[in-house]
Design a protein around this ligand. Sequence first.
Ligand code: G3I
Length: 301
Amino acid sequence: ASTLGASAAQTGRYYGAAIAAGRLGDSTYTRILTSEFNSVTPENEMKWDATEPQQGRFNYTNGDRILNQGLSNGSKVRGHALLWHAQQPGWAQSLSGTALRNAAINHVTQVATHYKGKIYAWDVVNEAFADGGSGGRRDSNLQRTGNDWIEAAFRAARAADPAAKLCYNDYNTDGINAKSTGIYNMVRDFKSRGVPIDCVGFQSHLGTGIDSTYQANLQRFADLGVDVQITELDVAQGGNQANIYATVTRACLAVSRCTGITVWGIRDTDSWRGGENPLLFDGSGNKKAAYTSVLNALNAG
Ligand code: G3I
C-alpha cells in the first residue's frame, strides 16, 4: 500500500501520530494527517492540566477536537494520559495523601467516562518508574499516596470504560534493562492478581542507536498476555535515522501482539525535539528517507 496507515492495516495494525489541536488549521499538516495516519494521540489535550484545570471543573474542548478529528477520519484514538507526575494542574500539585488519591481516582473516572466507548486505548498511567538501575517506582506526589495508586487507577478506568484497552506507558524501556524489568514485574503481578491491564506502551524516544534487545523486550511483555504498542516514536536525525525507524517497524511486525506504532508528531517542525529533526516529514511536509524506510518495512511485512 502507498500510505503508512494502509500499509500497517495490511497486517491488522495501525500507524498513528501525536497531534496538536492548535495545528489543525494548518492545511499541510491536516493533509498529511488524514492521508497517512489511521490513529491519533493528543499530544497534550487530554492531560490532567488540560482536562481538569480547576478541581471538579472539566474542560474537554481541545480533547474533543482531537477525538473528532480522529473519528471523522476513521482513525483509532489513543487517550493520553490519565495520570502522570508531570502536567498536573496547580491545584493537584498542592494536594497530598487521601485528598490527592481521591482527586486522582475521580479524575480517571470522569475523563474515562466522558470518552467512554470512543477510545481505542488509554495510557492510564504514564512514566511511574524511575530511571537508572533501581527498577523501582519514581518518587512523585502520586507515588506518595501509596504503592497501590497504579492498580487503583486501572480499576477505576476499567469501571468507567470497559471497552478501552488500558495501557501502562513509559520511556527508556527500549530494551531489556532495569527499568523495563521493573515494569515487567508489575505487569506480571497485575496479571496474576487480576488487576485490569491490557497493554504496555513503549514511548521509544530514540537517539542515534537502538538497543539490540528492542524486539526481545516487546516479546517478553507480549508473552505475559498484554498487547504492546510503540507510542511516542521519534529518532534523532543522523546517519542511522532511516535504519532505526525500519528496525522499530520490523520489531513491531515480528511481535504478533504489537498492535501499532505512533510517531510523536508529523513534521520535524512539529516536534518537541525540533532541533533533532526526529520525524518522518520535514518542515515543509516532504517525505524524508525515514518515511520511505518505514513504508517499505510495513509493506515487506
Ligand atoms: O499551551 C501553552 C501555551 O499557552 C503557552 O503560551 C506556552 C508557553 O510555554 O506553553 C504551552 O504549553 C506547552 C505545551 O507543550 C503545548 O505546546 C508547555 O509549556 C510544554 O511544556 C508542553 O510540552 C509537552 C510536554 O509533553 C510536557 O511535558 C510537549 O508538547 C509534549 O510533546 C510532551 O509529550 C511527552 C508525553 O506526554 C509523555 N512522554 C514524553 C513526551 C515528551 O516530553
